[in-house]
Design a protein around this ligand. Structure first.
Ligand code: B12
Ligand code: SF4
Ligand code: SF4
Length: 295
């Protein structure tokens, strides 16, 4: 049914999300302070049926974006002295084409059911996606806070459909948390943003300041520079042993565009339209590289 995605599973829409109170706590504690829209949409995020009261089923999808490592695409010599870009931002922006794929899935579902209501969600919608993926048995939430799929690792985007078509019960059992005694992500995070197992403080995560709020001067604060990441950050995923099992995607749109794997202040990409680098914007990329490479 979920053609085009790497994995998918259904889960009833009235499933109580055990992680919903954790979002409330994250907002109250100030950890999500850089994103006022998280507090503004809190009720919808903790309860999907506030916004979509008609939903009876949720189909959660996972899409791998893993196309390899930096040195495979840029070469060790080309990487020397450059600031890196997070793997998810190497190729085309996922929002447009994965949303189109979700709309196709929606059409197929409603055609088969003979009608009904169905709303896609993908990243920007007020849905607690990792909690839904966990509830659907797609994986477990690691100490890094990332959803770990046993076959795909952490390199996945999540999304789905909420519908009033009854898709039945979830066919999978929950996936047990399997970090064990490993603390590699907590130890390796360059800014100490993983403040406790599964708890990420967005005020310290590099991604807040080099993608989402790239013009905010707080990204230049002491301890937040010289980390080597121009846009996004993959450290907590690179050290994760579960990613040894990560399967590569066959989706060519995630392959890197020339110059988008790593750059410095002198050769930052200028053509970023249709890529995740458009979020910070071409104008700030040289400064982000300079910040990342600050001695
Ligand atoms: C805001 C946001 C961010 C913020 C804040 C991240 C954060 N951890 O809160 C910033 C900008 C920092 C960020 C960074 C990244 N993000 Co982001 N982000 C989101 C967004 C829009 C909302 C996340 C959210 O609700 N955060 C609030 C916290 C409370 O919820 P949560 O992170 O889901 O927390 C889960 C667990 O950690 C656990 N939990 C939380 N607190 C506690 C406390 C205790 C005690 C316990 C036991 C458990 C627990 O419960 C939650 C649900 O299971 C989602 C899309 C969406 N609509 O869900 C994408 C999303 C989570 N991001 C994603 C990605 C890819 C990233 C990056 C990898 C990007 C990068 N490489 O540059 C990094 C990873 C950083 C990290 N280690 O989490 C993917 C994650 C895919 C996956 N496999 O997990 C998502 C789902 C987008 C998507 N549609 O694919 N992101
Ligand atoms: S993305 Fe980077 S800064 Fe953010 S939690 Fe992971 S390792 Fe830390
Ligand atoms: S690095 Fe270790 S502790 Fe962190 S999510 Fe992966 S397995 Fe869990």
């Amino acid at each position: 049914m979920a053609e085009g995605f790497d994995d998918a599973e259904v889960v009833p829409a009235d499933t109580v999300l055990v992680d919903a109170p954790r979002l409330v706590e994250a907002v109250r504690s100030g950890r999500l302070e850089p994103f006022p829209w998280m507090a503004e949409t809190l009720e919808q995020r903790t309860d999907l049926r506030r916004r979509l009261p008609w939903a009876t089923s949720v189909l959660v999808v996972a899409q791998s974006y893993f196309t390899g490592n930096h040195d495979e695409h840029a070469g060790a010599a080309a990487l020397a002295g450059k600031a890196r870009v997070s793997r998810y931002a190497w190729g085309s922006d996922y929002h447009g084409f994965l949303r189109r794929r979700l709309r196709r899935l929606r059409r197929a579902l409603l055609d088969e059911a003979g009608g009904g209501r169905c709303a896609p969600f993908l990243d920007v919608d007020a849905v607690l996606e990792r909690a839904w993926a966990k509830a659907a048995g797609l994986g477990f939430v690691g100490k890094s806070g990332l959803l770990i799929h046993r076959g795909l690792g952490t390199w996945t985007f999540l999304g789905g459909l909420a519908t009033d078509v009854d898709l039945g019960p979830c066919a999978r059992p929950p996936v047990a948390e399997a970090c064990g005694t490993c603390t590699a992500c907590l130890d390796a995070c360059p800014t100490g943003a993983i403040v406790a197992p599964q708890v990420v403080d967005a005020r310290r995560c590099l991604v807040t300041w080099n993608i989402e709020e790239a013009s905010d001067p707080r990204g230049d604060a002491p301890g937040m520079t010289g980390h080597g990441w121009a846009a996004g950050c993959d450290v907590c995923q690179e050290v994760c042993p579960w990613n040894r099992f990560a399967k590569r995607t066959t989706e060519a749109r995630f392959l890197p565009r020339p110059g988008h794997v790593a750059f410095d202040a002198t050769d930052a990409p200028t053509d970023v339209e249709g890529t995740p680098l458009a979020r910070p914007g071409a104008a700030v990329l040289p400064a982000l590289a300079a910040r990342a490479l600050k001695p």
